[in-house]
Ligand binder design. Structure first.
Ligand SMILES: N[C@@H](CCC(=O)N[C@@H](CS)C(=O)NCC(=O)O)C(=O)O
Length: 201
């Protein structure tokens, strides 16, 4: 399989970690979705976005949730990272959706802060996004609790969201969110998490 995407994207990181925890080999292609030619992404995703996962049978998958669904469906049952059924399944899917939403809002704020030209800044919109991120993190703090496992579906998604916020907008993880900070620390002590941590801005 081939995974396309950069080192900052929390969505690419989630797919990369999913593959690592499931112990499935993958080739990484580091591309930037902001290159003039979309980094060649339009050839593998008509939307020119990442992550894109090319499977061994030639399919080109995009949208994190669709890629994760593929990885779950094709993994051995004892390697699946989301419970198969029942309340445990939908509760984890809801928690992953919360983490995903925080990540989406953080990516939006990165574009506002770092990509939008200074004369086109829109402070009220930025403040709205910051409120959504902080509120989302407070909810995720309760969802993960004090003993969350880094290597299930919720743990991976929560760490990806938390670490992106912490690396780009540290003020939004203060006052400290103890459960998320602890989960992130336990996760990043593991090689796969450390190797995919977002680089400094
Ligand atoms: N909902 C999408 C979000 C993907 C996304 O926003 N990716 C960003 C990089 S973190 C991207 O490709 N941005 C460029 C664009 O959307 O044009 C998913 O879950 O895969």
């Amino acid at each position: 399989m081939i995974l396309h995407g950069g080192r900052v994207s929390p969505f690419v990181r989630r797919v990369e970690l999913w593959l690592a925890v499931q112990e499935r080999p993958v080739e990484r292609r580091y591309v930037s979705d902001f290159d003039a030619d979309f980094g060649g992404l339009l050839a593998v995703n008509p939307l020119g976005r990442v992550p894109v996962l090319q499977t061994d049978d030639g399919a080109s998958l995009f949208e994190t949730s669709a890629i994760i669904d593929y990885l779950e469906e094709t993994a051995a049952p004892d390697r699946r990272l989301i419970p198969a059924a029942g309340p445990a399944r939908w509760q984890m899917l809801q928690g992953i959706s919360l983490a995903h939403g925080i990540a989406e809002k953080t990516v939006a704020l990165i574009y506002e802060r770092f990509n939008r030209p200074p004369d086109l800044q829109w402070p009220a919109w930025r403040n709205r996004i910051k409120t959504q991120i902080r509120n989302g993190l407070l909810a995720l703090e309760e969802v993960v609790g004090p003993e969350a496992a880094p290597s299930d579906g919720l743990g991976i998604a929560a760490v990806c969201a938390h670490d992106l916020v912490a690396s780009r907008f540290p003020a939004l993880v203060r006052p400290a969110l103890a459960n998320l900070a602890g989960l992130s620390a336990r996760a990043n002590a593991l090689p796969a998490f450390a190797a995919t941590h977002p680089p400094p801005a």
